[in-house]
Design a protein around this ligand. Sequence first.
Ligand SMILES: [Zn+2]
Length: 443
Amino acid sequence: MNDFVIKCGTLIDGTGRPAIHNARILVKNKRIAFIDTAISSDLDNHHIVVDALNKTVMPGIIDSHKHIINNGGSGIGIGLNIKQIKENLRQICYGGVTSVLDLGSADFIRIIPKLSWEQPKLFYAITILTCQDGYPAEYMNKKYYKLGSVKECQTEEDIKKAVKSLFKKGVAAIKTAVVSRTFDNKPQKCWTDKQLQTLTNEAHSYGLKVCAHITYIDDYAQAARCGVDSIHHAAFDGKMYEKDVEEMIKRDVIFVPTVSLCDLTIQGLENEWIYSKNYHPPVNEKIKENMRIFTKAYRDGSEDKPVGDFFVKLSKKEFKKTLYYQMENIKEYIRNGGKVAMGTDSSLGFSLHTTPIREIELLALAGLSNIDAIKASTFTSASVFAKENEIGSIEVGKFADILIIDGDVSNNISDINKIDIVFINGKMMYSKKEHPKTELWSV
Ligand SMILES: [Zn+2]
């Protein structure tokens, strides 16, 4: 099936344009060859026609902040093994995510696209570049530094060398962190303006975008003024300063709030999902055991002290406040016309590779129209790593990464859950009929 036509009921093309009805899409040699919007079309006589007349057709979802080798639970690398990574990738595809930007992983991630596994298009940053003793030194085991997950740089030369080396490894973006205090409120080493500006200048000279991990309101200003392209995570600790939001928007910074991580984890812990016989996370026993321990620690924990062994040192009270502040910060960014992109930061806590849609629902709840929430999850996500000319919308010339949804997404964003078919490069990666799967929740 290399050459076929999709007859669309509702087409949402991912560019932010309103939905159109009764269009036909011609897919040829992995790409979108033609879109016909005329009332009658020769394409109707094509020898292969996929009938989506009662359905919604939209671009594949692009998750612009993921960690494909992580698996949920309270920490990094719990239950990690090859079988689980393979399962993660399958879950990502079946969930409608056709491209992923992995932001922080070991060097071996470069092998994965070469494996003949069911998987989305995989783009990666590999190494988090940080200053000497900077984030994530406070929690990340040094063995991960050795595997290539983190590189500390001090001099300008160090920074330039590190960026060049990542460019040569084929990264899609540079990941850094701008974090000036630790989880328990102590000062933390962070970039100087000069260092961070060197990093962004150097990355830009190779055509690479810079993604910055930030969680505290005091750090957004520095990232914006030093030329970072996208800021990942809405602030945990309060409402972001108005002038910082203004500056980010003025500089066209893409905001990737990753709010579903907190939302799903609170829901999972409060409602003790892991003890429900109807909850079937597609993870191994070691991870499930960790989820039980995490849940118990939350149940037994006091309101004011950090919960169990969660690597982000939040108390129950702070957990709930974080979700509130994050939502307020997204609303503010949207209200002021800022660009927002979809990223789940999964898998961590109870934000799993199977649950990407929650992030899209929350972006809509924060004020995006359904059409704009889809644009944020497709076209804008692709621009986080400068691939918006290849993927992220249904336009002639682009790769045929397409979802067919058994519902009307323009009216109900949660209908994205009703995925019927997933195409990547015009190849059917998933169809509800042919790929029976265990749902996360049974009734
Ligand atoms: Zn992350």
